[in-house]
Design a protein around this ligand. Sequence first.
Ligand code: FES
Length: 261
Amino acid sequence: MTETQPAEAATKPWATQRKDNWWVEPALVAIGFSLFIIYATIRAFQNQYFEVDNYLSPFYSPKLVFDWWKFSPAILILWIPAGFRATCYYYRKAYYRAYFLDPPGCGVGHLGGENYTGETAFPLIFQNLHRYMLYFAILVLMFLWYDAINSFFLNGQFRVGVGSLIFLANVLLLSNYTFGCHVFRHLVGGKLDCFTCPNQKKPTAQYGLWKFVSKLNEHHMLWAWLSLFSVGIADGYTAYVVANHVNDTLLGPALPFLLVR
Ligand code: FES
């Protein structure tokens, strides 16, 4: 075997010298993404079981209702989280491997040809929209925080339901994901070559913020998956409460439809 053989082998589809189960991760990613996309699509078009008193499914928030729009309001809003995640640096890596096998893993031969132009030409150049999707995603996150806080109140009274806790956990995970974004990290710490240069006596507040965002960013993949699950759980739980008239109150007044029974 000559020294050039490993590199040559990796140019053939699936060829690799790896001995580990490298295919497990992309396979799990493909299954996980596919299940979520199918679920989210069904729920977005279902256009019911998404709201009850102080609970609003994150798939439908903010609820945009217009006379001229005859379809599910979720469609008007889901392009934002979908676009934000689809262009996320972590998700790109994950689905390039899981769906396009280009490459399926490190050191594994890829399926695509040799004409790869990266994200500098059509169609992948649109991935660069991620820096703008961040602003929309933060806006939606603000609404989800409002919904989470609102879920603790009913008719002006404080109330804690299982759903309130799920909504709170969901926005915390979404915040960790959104504010751990590589673009956000660049925004808070970018345009500087040095945080602690010689003429600067002590680290700035900007440096502290950058360090905090960097901590979130280190676990970006974890927050990406946990927040994906939590959004699905928050939506599914809302549908469950609405469809079954579930009393999930732990503390405070019960939901009105239970009081009139
Ligand atoms: Fe993942 Fe921005 S890089 S959300």
